[in-house]
Design a binder for this molecule. Sequence first.
Ligand SMILES: O=C(O)CCC(=O)C(=O)O
Ligand SMILES: [Fe+2]
Length: 201
Amino acid sequence: MDLFSTEKQHFKLPNAELIYIPNFFNTQESDNYLKSIKAETDWQHDNITVFGKTYKQPRLTALFGDTDQPYSYSNITMYPQPFTSTLQSIKDKVEDFSEEKFNTLLINLYRDGNDSNGWHADNEKELGINPVIASVSFGEARPFHFKHRTIKQERHKLILEHASLLLMKGEMQHYWLHQIAKTKKEIQPRINLTFRKLIKL
Ligand SMILES: O=C(O)CCC(=O)C(=O)O
Ligand SMILES: [Fe+2]
């Protein structure tokens, strides 16, 4: 099922709340953000270990934070860099809209259709119970697939367009998995920023 339309969308799903805002930023500023974040970020290309085998992660990443608290997922530990003024101004706008405070930002760079992000939930302990995650997209539109862990007919996709904001809320990270799949299409790079709030455990 395709839930997408061009209007601001508020989806009330079983065990999740999703809010999608196309054109949260204007096109011109988003074009500039895409270029400057891509060029100015010190990208990492980490190894991940899945079922005992080690691979290069199929995308580049970077972590930014207000604190020096590291963030660990899939056997990777990332150490934050301080927010740049560009990233801080994006964060301010996302915080104003969402009425949430974030202290950590994970950025993904999907260089082309071979880059992806496999099925997972953002359910690390340091995100707390029912985290709000704010996800900003610049560049090539990519489908965001999400599926309920136990209600098998609950499988959806949302196209995350250039300049958009997606808020994931409620119990989403407990009951749902999400992914960005590979594609054979010739596509341009995409940058995704996920703002998170890490708590001290
Ligand atoms: O690229 C996206 O839209 C999703 C990124 C994501 O799920 C993550 O970094 O945890
Ligand atoms: Fe995620």
